[in-house]
Design a protein around this ligand. Structure first.
Ligand SMILES: C[S@@+](CC[C@H](N)C(=O)[O-])C[C@H]1O[C@@H](n2cnc3c(N)ncnc32)[C@H](O)[C@@H]1O
Length: 219
């Protein structure tokens, strides 16, 4: 069964497009400036590692990657033989038993169902060291659309709902920015002095499908 939300099927096309794109790297550089130098970063939905994991490795971070597409993981391992990668769905990853200085999810969260998104944020909150950072992309508005490559349904819970989930896990949404490809970023931090807080409060599913540009821009 395909757990990559359609990405395994279009992996060749995706890798070819993404390998020619540096979109996201400048934001990742700004983000890593907020992390402990030479720390460990988990790249959730890492794809074949280009350009995001590659940028992290070039900066001296120890990178762990999770992706459910076997073809992408094979390409990742070929390119970065020293990185630790797991080919599985985020729902099943063993890496959440570890602690990280940073977690990044570029182009992943909105591929997951709302429940899985909330569960993933909870697991990330637990896996982050105090003072650690979490960066993810998802549209600012609550909306649903068809992924431009796989045609599968994507769902953004929107800024208000993400903030609620983030806060309920004891994390803080510190900023929201856009990159040169109009991808929207959520900058999240784990306070250095606060233990993980478990809370039953959860955001509602998105209510509207807005007529806005919601395709990930690769180049
Ligand atoms: C839009 S791509 C982004 C890849 C990479 N982060 C990048 O910057 O190019 C989304 C990735 O998420 C992976 N993916 C989708 N659903 C997943 C799941 N449930 N668990 C793990 N990986 C998943 C896909 O295989 C694909 O590589």
């Amino acid at each position: 069964m395909d757990q990559s939300n359609g990405y395994e099927t279009i992996s060749k096309n995706f890798m070819s497009l993404r390998s020619r794109s540096n979109i996201g790297v400048a934001t990742v550089h700004d983000w890593t400036a907020t992390l402990s130098p030479n720390g460990s970063v988990l790249d959730v939905g890492c794809g074949h590692g280009i350009p995001i994991s590659g940028a992290l490795i070039d900066q001296g971070f120890t990178v762990y990657g999770i992706d459910a597409s076997p073809s992408m993981i094979a390409a990742f391992r070929f390119r970065f033989p020293n990185a630790l990668v797991e080919c599985c769905a985020v729902e099943d990853s063993q890496f959440f038993g570890r602690k990280f200085d940073g977690v990044i999810a570029w182009g992943l969260i909105f591929l997951l169902s709302p429940d899985v998104q909330a569960n993933l944020i909870r697991k990330i909150a637990l896996a982050l060291r105090p003072g650690g950072g979490f960066l993810f992309t998802a549209p600012r508005q609550a909306c649903e659309w068809s992924d431009n490559l796989t045609r599968q349904k994507s769902v953004s819970l929107g800024s208000d709902a993400y903030r609620k989930i983030i806060n309920s896990e004891g994390l803080t949404l510190v900023d929201e920015t856009e990159d040169e490809g109009q991808n929207h970023y959520y900058w999240v931090s784990k306070p250095s002095n606060v233990a993980n807080k478990r809370d039953t409060e959860r955001a509602d599913a998105p209510l509207v499908c807005l007529d806005v540009r919601q395709e990930m821009i690769y180049g």
